[in-house]
Design a protein around this ligand. Structure first.
Ligand code: PMP
Length: 397
């Protein structure tokens, strides 16, 4: 007998199951395009040159293992703000910020904070990152879903987005990904963001930006923050959840931040002290190592430049790989239209393959994508692009 008889067995995440299958597969042709981790041309996980340098500097100036500041390491927070908002906005004193356990921790703290502020009613365009709904329901919130993606145009279903913005109750929170949409790679254009801001303003809605891939769309962190800065300049209040898992390659170090824009300065302290108090209940002190690496980069103009270059090179490789995939599929005369592989942004290509075709990619070809057809483009390189495209070709014929 046990006191835990009420507990049910939970299935692991679908993607974890596929990753497990991949690691058990002994065929040496196997291809891993599952989880959203950037890999270099040689197929290895990638240490950013800027981060390598920051690690050296940190080792030479070891600050020890004492507790950090509860709301986060100040130099990290200062830099994290500049990454998202640029140099000027943070000077205006309208931001309340918290260091978080990467992007997931930022989202969790945003959900908890918004609940404290009276908002638990979320709208989410699907398909989307698989964790959002569970995370929102976990804190007692509710989620209404609508289409983010149009399977026929293989781009954003903007009519669906605006219809939902127009009809949602006014206290609703819309969760948008700032760029490099996971899993579809289909982002809003500037004109669409402008239209969204207009409706949000007139309807009094609230936006939560999930900013997990800043830089990986355009190759430039400034350009990829355009929508967020535009919303700020429109005097809107919103939250940004910032992850440095991808754009610093610090996945396992759990480096992130949360920023609340409070347009009435009298309320910034309330928001800031609420964030700090809530984080005390959740985690107490933020972790140190990864945020210290971030601080070193953000506080050094030279290292910041190296980092910008790292992000640009990664994005360039992603664009190049997309083009390689496209060219191969066209060469093979693979049935269907494939230009979405070039038009979609970031790490992911939403292939449009059916679940049966994705299953066959695994069982016949040892190509492990996800059951929804999300392909991590970074898993493809010179040595496997031909094999990968032939596999796609075979399963769609
Ligand atoms: N948001 C999106 C859209 C993501 O794809 C991810 C990572 N897959 C996250 C948030 C969270 O990432 P992390 O907690 O590793 O920063």
């Amino acid at each position: 007998t046990t006191k835990f008889s009420k507990l049910e067995r939970e299935e692991p995440d679908a993607i974890v199951q596929i990753m497990n299958k991949y690691s058990e597969d002994t065929d040496d042709r196997k291809v891993d395009v599952t989880i959203g981790v950037y890999k270099s041309e040689s197929g290895e996980s990638y240490l950013f040159p800027s981060v390598a340098k920051a690690k050296e500097i940190l080792r030479a100036n070891d600050p020890g293992h004492s507790y950090t500041v509860m709301s986060g390491i100040p130099e990290f927070i200062e830099g994290a703000r500049r990454v998202v908002f640029g140099n000027d906005i943070p000077q205006e004193g309208k931001l309340a910020s918290l260091q978080t356990i990467s992007g997931t921790g930022a989202l969790h703290m945003a959900f908890v904070f918004l609940k404290e502020a009276g908002y638990t009613n979320y709208y989410l365009g699907i398909p989307s990152w698989s964790n959002y709904i569970g995370m929102i329901e976990h804190i007692g919130g509710t989620v209404t879903t609508y289409n983010h993606y149009d399977e026929t145009t293989r781009a954003v279903d903007f009519d669906s987005v605006t219809e939902n913005l127009e009809s949602a109750p006014s206290n609703s929170v819309f969760l948008f990904q700032a760029c490099c949409h996971n899993p579809t790679g289909a982002d809003f254009t500037k004109d669409q963001w402008i239209k969204i801001a207009e409706i949000v303003k007139t309807r009094g809605l609230f936006i939560l930006f999930d900013n997990a891939y800043q830089g990986f769309s355009s190759g430039n962190t400034e350009d990829d923050a355009w929508a967020i800065r535009y919303f700020y300049r429109q005097h809107l209040e919103f939250i940004v959840c910032e992850s440095f898992a991808k754009n610093l390659g610090l996945y396992g170090e759990r480096v992130g931040a949360l920023h609340v824009v409070v347009q009435d300065k009298d309320y910034v302290d309330n928001a800031q002290s609420t964030l700090t108090a809530l984080f005390r209940h959740e985690c107490s002190f933020a972790p140190a190592f990864g945020a210290r690496l971030g601080s070193i980069i953000f506080q050094s103009p030279e290292l910041w430049k190296v980092w910008e270059n790292d992000v640009a090179e990664i994005t360039e490789r992603l664009h190049h790989t997309r083009k390689q995939i496209y060219d191969r599929l066209v060469q093979l005369n693979t049935p269907g239209k494939w230009d979405h592989v070039i038009h979609q942004n970031g790490l992911f290509w939403f292939s449009g393959l059916t679940p049966a075709q994705n299953e066959r990619l695994i069982t016949k070809h040892h190509v492990y994508s996800t059951n929804i057809g999300r392909v991590n483009v970074a898993g493809i390189n010179k040595s496997n692009v031909d094999y990968f495209c032939q596999a796609i070709d075979e399963v769609v014929r």
